[in-house]
Design a binder for this molecule. Structure first.
Ligand code: SAM
Length: 234
């Protein structure tokens, strides 16, 4: 269970109503039961339920059960699509260990705004489900052109280019390993000529193919993260 409180031995943690509902209603836990907690920064901790009610409850933190495990320094930039598919991308990126998930507005992106709080809640749920100790930060909607204009010098960018769809699904073997990275996935309409020109002019950007077929953006995000992990991740 994810809690916002920084965790430490002996602390008491008040539960929110949804947390109490999940623990006591759905998971059938009660007073005396042990629950595993993480706060995103201090590893995993065992806590005991000391009060349980319908609307709340209290846990007492007992001991640390696992150290903090942080993901590699990988950002996933994607152009938001329909709600359910955007939710899917955030969930899968959190499961696969992205450190930051950033929705970007491109020329052909339809979404004008996103519900950042809802997407962040999906990232928390995904981290809880896969026993992680880290929750990726979901950013607000950023404009891609502005991000590229101010792109960090030391961060490499894996630009997933549907224009390369006919080529084999490989990454160039000499891409810099160990550097901070980002993956960029475009919208259903793909990238505009202006965006392609900006990406071509950015030395940190490396155009890659995800294989012979054009994938839907949500599939492309998962495929790209898998390729990145295989070729460059740790
Ligand atoms: N409308 C575009 C077209 O027909 O060429 C397809 C866009 S695709 C549905 C959405 C995004 O997924 C693309 O912008 C790209 O980032 C990524 N993508 C999908 N298939 C890909 C592939 N085979 N290689 C590289 N990127 C791909």
């Amino acid at each position: 269970l994810y809690v916002e409180h920084p965790l430490g031995e002996g602390q008491t943690i008040p539960l929110t109503q949804p947390q109490a509902h999940y623990l006591f209603g759905v998971m059938r836990q009660g007073v005396g039961d042990a629950v595993l907690l993480f706060d995103g920064r201090h590893g995993e901790w065992r806590a005991d339920v000391i009060e349980a009610g319908k609307r709340g409850g209290v846990l007492q933190v007992a001991e640390q059960t696992a150290p903090q495990r942080d993901p590699p320094d990988l950002w996933l930039l994607f152009a938001p699509i329909k709600k359910a598919r955007t939710d899917f991308i955030v969930e899968k990126a959190a499961e696969m260990g992205a450190a930051r998930i950033i929705p970007v507005q491109t020329e052909f992106t339809n979404a004008e705004r996103i519900r950042q709080d809802r997407l962040q809640a999906h990232a928390v749920e995904a981290a809880e489900q896969c026993g992680g100790t880290f929750v990726p930060e979901v950013g607000d909607l950023h404009r891609l052109d502005r991000m590229l204009a101010d792109w960090p010098k030391d961060r490499q960018l894996m630009f997933c280019d549907e224009g390369l769809a006919g080529h084999a699904a490989t990454l160039a073997g000499d891409l810099p390993r160990g550097a901070p990275w980002a993956i960029l996935i475009g919208p259903e309409g793909g990238f505009s000529e202006a965006e392609r020109a900006r990406l071509a002019a950015l030395p940190q950007a490396h155009a890659v193919s995800l294989g012979p077929r054009i994938l839907r953006a949500d599939t492309a995000a998962v495929a790209a993260m898998t390729l990145w992990q295989r070729a460059l991740g740790d």
